[in-house]
Every structure is written in structure tokens, then in C-alpha cells.
Design a protein around this ligand. Structure first.
Ligand code: ADP
Length: 160
């Protein structure tokens, strides 16, 4: 079975992430969307919340699983018996960091390959941070994120 892992913060998942998930799921037998449990990043949503969001928005895609990890990515990939890391590329600005990550992961484990998927041009400007920034000012984010995220952001900012 050809298993790929799509790791990220997904804080929160956007339509850009979802586009990569849907396209990736067409290419691999199983796509595991893995939320990075990184305490250093001061996220808006907890890992559990982010996983729940991802489960809801991928409910209709049969070969997608949602998980989280807090160990080294290559160790996680091997434990899942996967060989491929999927990452999305938006602008040149993504490239340098992604090249560094892909190179170090390949050095750590030669069996693991990183596959890059170009953003759908309609989402090339879209990031989780932009979405949070817009939502903070109660401006509409309905074109940028699934409905469940729009509601979750509204609740988060109402509580704050
Ligand atoms: P990370 O903190 O690991 O970068 P993100 O949740 O921001 O986590 O992103 C996860 C992956 O999704 C990264 O490869 C990122 O480049 C990609 N990505 C994020 N937004 C988009 C988008 N709008 N279009 C395509 N890929 C995207």
C-alpha cells in the first residue's frame, strides 16, 4: 500500500490545505494528515481541536486518516509504514524552508521522499495566519475556510 503523510500545523485547516488533501488522496492509497504537536508554536486551537476539524472536513474522503505526532517526522513516517511526505508550495518564500526540511529528512532517512504539490492558484495567498488575522477583526472568512472553521473562529474570538 502506498501511504503518504501530510504533516503540518493546520491551525486552523484552510481551503488551501483541503485542496492539497483532496488532490493528494487521489494519488496515494492512504493519506494521513498529521497534526504536529509542537508546544513551541503557541497555537490558537489545541491539537485535539485541530484533529477534530480535520476529521470533519475530510469525512467524505474515504482514504484519508487524521492523526497527530510529537516525535521526529521521519520516525513517525516509518512507524506508519509510509515513504512519502506531502507538502504544499505556494510562493518562492515557501521554497527555502521546504528545501531545507526535505533535505534534512532525506538525510535522516534515505527511504523517505518529499513530494511537493503546487498550490491551486486560487489559494496561493492563503495561510492559517492570514485567516486568523482577518477573523480577529470579524471580517468574513467564508471563502477561505470550511464552515466548521468559520464557526470555530467566531467562537474563539468571542471568548477572547
Ligand atoms: P507548517 O507549520 O508545517 O508550515 P501549515 O499548516 O502552515 O504547517 O502548512 C502545512 C503544509 O501545507 C505546508 O506544506 C504548507 O506549505 C502547505 N500549505 C499551507 N497553505 C497552503 C495553500 N494555501 N496552498 C497550498 N499549500 C498550502
Amino acid at each position: 500500500m502506498n501511504i503518504a503523510v501530510y504533516p503540518g500545523s493546520f491551525d486552523p485547516v484552510t481551503n488551501g490545505h483541503l485542496d492539497i488533501i483532496m488532490r493528494g488522496a487521489k494519488v496515494f492509497d492512504l493519506l494521513i494528515v498529521a497534526v504536529l504537536n509542537n508546544s513551541g508554536k503557541n497555537p490558537m486551537f489545541t491539537v485535539e481541536e485541530r484533529k477534530q476539524h480535520l476529521i470533519e472536513v475530510t469525512r467524505n474522503i474515504g482514504n484519508v486518516e487524521v492523526d497527530s505526532f510529537n516525535n521526529l517526522l521521519v520516525d513517525y513516517i516509518q512507524a506508519k509504514q509510509a515513504r512519502v511526505i506531502i507538502r504544499g508550495l505556494r510562493a518562492i518564500s515557501d521554497f527555502e524552508y521546504e528545501l531545507q526540511m526535505a533535505s534534512i529528512n532525506h538525510k535522516l532517512s534515505e527511504n523517505i521522499e518529499t513530494f511537493f504539490m503546487m498550490t491551486n492558484p486560487q489559494y496561493s495567498y492563503l495561510s492559517s495566519s492570514i485567516v486568523k488575522e482577518i477573523a480577529k477583526y470579524q471580517a468574513p472568512v467564508s471563502d477561505l475556510v470550511p464552515k466548521v472553521i468559520e464557526d470555530a473562529l467566531r467562537i474563539k474570538y468571542a471568548v477572547k
